[in-house]
Write a protein that binds this ligand. Structure first.
Ligand SMILES: NC(=O)c1ccc[n+]([C@@H]2O[C@H](COP(=O)([O-])OP(=O)(O)OC[C@H]3O[C@@H](n4cnc5c(N)ncnc54)[C@H](O)[C@@H]3O)[C@@H](O)[C@H]2O)c1
Ligand SMILES: N[C@H](CO)Cc1c[nH]c[nH+]1
Ligand SMILES: [Zn+2]
Length: 436
């Protein structure tokens, strides 16, 4: 039996909030489309009180930002980037091109071609999310993207030095200090001063995620990566403090970040609720985390692992931290999640900052149809074909001719018939199918 000891915000409230975000984004993108740089500047002034002579950083400004970091800070960024690069390179190596002769003389293949230009959004409203620069910019460069433009909002009135350093070290070709919808809109639509890109990637708040959704089609996007959500699946092999730590650790992202505990132990559920209260009394970011937990927190108690698997698959959360006797059961059986964190030795913060897997992950049930950002998202899998012999061309041509007739495609049929005439040396009456 599935019992819900605590539930999150009602779906009507969420739908109303979504509607407002959708409308704001629609109007904002229309303004950028109509008035370019002028609108971008107005929006940047309005939301971030930021209106420099140019949003693009010069080489001297980049060097200045880097010089503001300590040697330890630079070392830590380099360590994280090395981890992310190693994993991305291994993933790239797994993406083999394919070429196969499916019948004598019929050669089919695919090759991976990097997208030419990408805009990477690095969030920086509530917190300066330095790690998002590694996740997008570095991964794009490993994939072979030629032009990578990275944008982040100003932080406390200026470019955040660690974000700028991370973007630069990851290989960004251009760096913009620009936030929110105005940043992703300007990069996708293009303005008088910003050359448009082919694809947008990176996480962001509800406005940024919705803007990417609305811009999809005009440009490619990686995935829907909005406000963070986390699911902790635990049994009595762990204690309430560890569960509470992992729930609040991600709830601190923002007031609409859902955090849920799924357990087969009512005792653990109660211990976690007590530990959450105790932790909230100590956490410097408790104000945001408390609001997120009060409004969006959930505690669900099941009787069996089967039930927990079913509930977790329905939730399709961004992060799923599994701390049970046999975490591999969830690796084997779960089908909907952004990323899995198996066992108590690891946790979402490791993935967020340093371990090497990508932290840009699907939210709002997008995990039903996509995984997170990875090197493959920057590559187009493009097919090609070649027919090596006259016989093969005539053979495929005769099948093609009849299949075209089946659907009434006379013009397509003639493309096939003409090959049968030339390479099969057979007469085919105009606009009739090649007989058996
Ligand atoms: N899913 C993922 O992979 C993932 C990864 C990292 C971060 N995140 C999420 O990214 C988000 C970062 O959010 P953030 O707000 O701190 O930074 P952000 O950079 O995404 O957004 C800040 C920008 O929002 C704009 N903005 C603020 N209020 C607005 C309003 N009322 N209308 C329109 N625009 C407005 C401003 O221009 C500002 O520059 C968090 O929700 C976090 O959970 C998700
Ligand atoms: N948990 C976020 C993804 O939802 C990523 C992140 C980076 N830094 C902190 N958190
Ligand atoms: Zn996080």
């Amino acid at each position: 039996m599935i019992r819900r000891l605590k539930t999150g915000a009602p779906s009507e409230a969420r739908a109303e909030a979504d509607r407002k975000v959708r409308e704001t984004v629609e109007q904002t993108l229309q303004a950028i489309e109509a008035r370019g740089d002028e609108a971008v500047r107005e929006l940047s002034e309005k939301f971030d009180r930021w209106s420099p002579a140019t949003f693009r950083l010069s080489q001297a400004e980049i060097e200045q930002a880097i010089s503001e970091l300590t040697a330890q800070e630079l070392d830590d960024i380099r360590f994280a980037q090395a981890q992310i690069r190693r994993f991305a390179e291994a993933q790239l190596a797994s993406m083999q091109d394919v070429e196969v002769e499916t019948r004598p003389g019929v050669v089919l293949g695919h090759k991976h071609i990097p997208v030419n230009s990408v805009g990477c959004y690095v969030p920086g409203g509530a917190y300066p999310m330095v790690a998002s620069a590694h996740m997008s910019v570095l991964t794009a460069k490993v994939a072979g993207v030629k032009r990578v433009i990275a944008a982040a909002p100003p932080y406390q009135g200026k470019p955040h030095p660690a974000i700028v350093a991370a973007m630069h070290l990851a290989g960004a070709d251009e760096i913009l200090v620009l936030g929110g919808v105005q940043a992703v809109g300007a990069m996708a639509i293009g303005t008088q001063s910003i050359e448009p890109v082919d694809m947008l990637v990176g996480p962001g708040n509800a406005f940024v995620a919705e803007a990417k959704r609305q811009l999809f089609g005009r440009v490619g996007i990686d995935l829907f990566a909005g406000p963070t959500e986390t699911l902790v699946i635990a049994d009595e092999t762990v204690d309430g403090l560890l569960c509470a730590t992992d729930l609040l650790g991600q709830a601190e992202h923002g007031p609409t970040s859902p955090a849920a505990l799924l357990t087969n132990s009512e005792a653990l559920a109660k211990a976690t609720l007590t530990a959450i209260d105790e932790l909230l009394a100590k956490l410097p970011t408790a104000e945001i985390a408390r609001q997120a937990w009060n409004d969006y927190g959930e505690v669900i108690v099941c009787d069996t692992h089967e039930e927990m698997l079913q509930v977790a698959d329905e939730m399709a959360y961004e992060h799923v931290q599994v701390m049970t006797e046999d975490p591999n059961l969830y690796l084997d059986r779960l089908t909907n999640y952004g990323a899995l964190f198996l066992g108590p030795r690891t946790n979402v913060a490791y993935g967020d900052k340093v371990i090497g897997t990508n932290h840009t992950l699907p939210t709002r049930k997008a995990a039903r149809y996509t995984g997170g950002l990875w090197v493959g998202k920057f590559l187009k899998t493009c097919t090609y074909q070649r027919v090596l012999t006259d016989e093969a061309s005539a053979e495929i041509g005769s099948y093609c001719s009849r299949l075209c007739a089946l659907e009434g495609f006379a013009g397509h049929g003639e493309q096939a018939n003409e090959r049968v005439r030339r390479y099969g040396k057979r007469e085919v009456p105009y606009a009739s199918a090649v007989p058996l």
